[in-house]
Design a protein around this ligand. Sequence first.
Ligand SMILES: [Fe+2]
Length: 334
Amino acid sequence: MTDSRMTVSRRRAIGSFALAASSFGFARSSSNASEPHVSRLSRIQLGLVADVHQDIIHDGYARITSFISDMVQRKPDAILQLGDFALPRRRNQPFLDVWNSFDGDRYHVLGNHDMRDLGFKREQTMEWWGMKSRYYSFDVGGWHFVVLDGNDPNPGRWSGYVRYIGEEQREWLEADLRQTSAPTIVFSHQQLESDSGIANSGEVREILENANQEAARTKVIACFCGHHHTDKLTEIAGIRYIHINSMSYKWVGGNNARLRFPKHIEETYSNVKKTVPYQDPLYTVLTLDPDSMTMGLEGRSTSFVPPSPSEMRLPNAEQMKSQISSRTLRVSLG
Ligand SMILES: [Fe+2]
């Protein structure tokens, strides 16, 4: 090793040590632990599932059953679905019954497909799910959770599914964040880190970032979304934005339709040919641990029901992943 290399690696070593020491000091800081919101925190787990699309995929019942069976055994503190779940059709009752068989708190987020497909209205879906408010917040183990409804009408002319968070909901969000000192996680169906999700995502991020500024710490630690059927993490202004992949499939559209299943399935579920289904159901468990000051997501990976996007030579095939990444992310709580 040359002298100059030694210098660089010594500098790196000193730098790493300094970083580790400061993290250690921060984690064990008594002023941090004495913060009331920190001392109240307990280790909690949330089972998360996104975009089951019971009305598109033919085996949604088997997929949700697999998730619920696992959750019944593991007993997380609560379960939450991130939207595009199931329409209030008589034939979907067994599906909802399986979801409701989890003997613990169950939370819903409204997706765009839950409020107009097949002529159903938001209120009908909410009533069938047993959802009292379209946006709301709740606490588990000292942590605060906010559920948004990203399906407010977009101002001006708009075609396709609406994706917006209106003034009334933004005012509610501001007030809700102000009344809590707990570390907070936000759930919305569409992404908040880009206008290709919630069209006014910048206005919503400003509310979250202002809440962190007012608290002089990262009070809002993360935002989770579904909708995009992707597996992704972005960080903006210290807030993690995480996409939870669909339980069921990647949508590839009519131009890329492929028949993969027996005729009676393809006929009953006429949109399934426009998807590339995931062989096994994807879901995750979120663990919030105040002792290690981490937010963990359990990974799960499967294959595509062939042909896969790369076998179909889709131009963006490499971005389509039949997985939810395992993640352990450090969070600051003080
Ligand atoms: Fe969606």
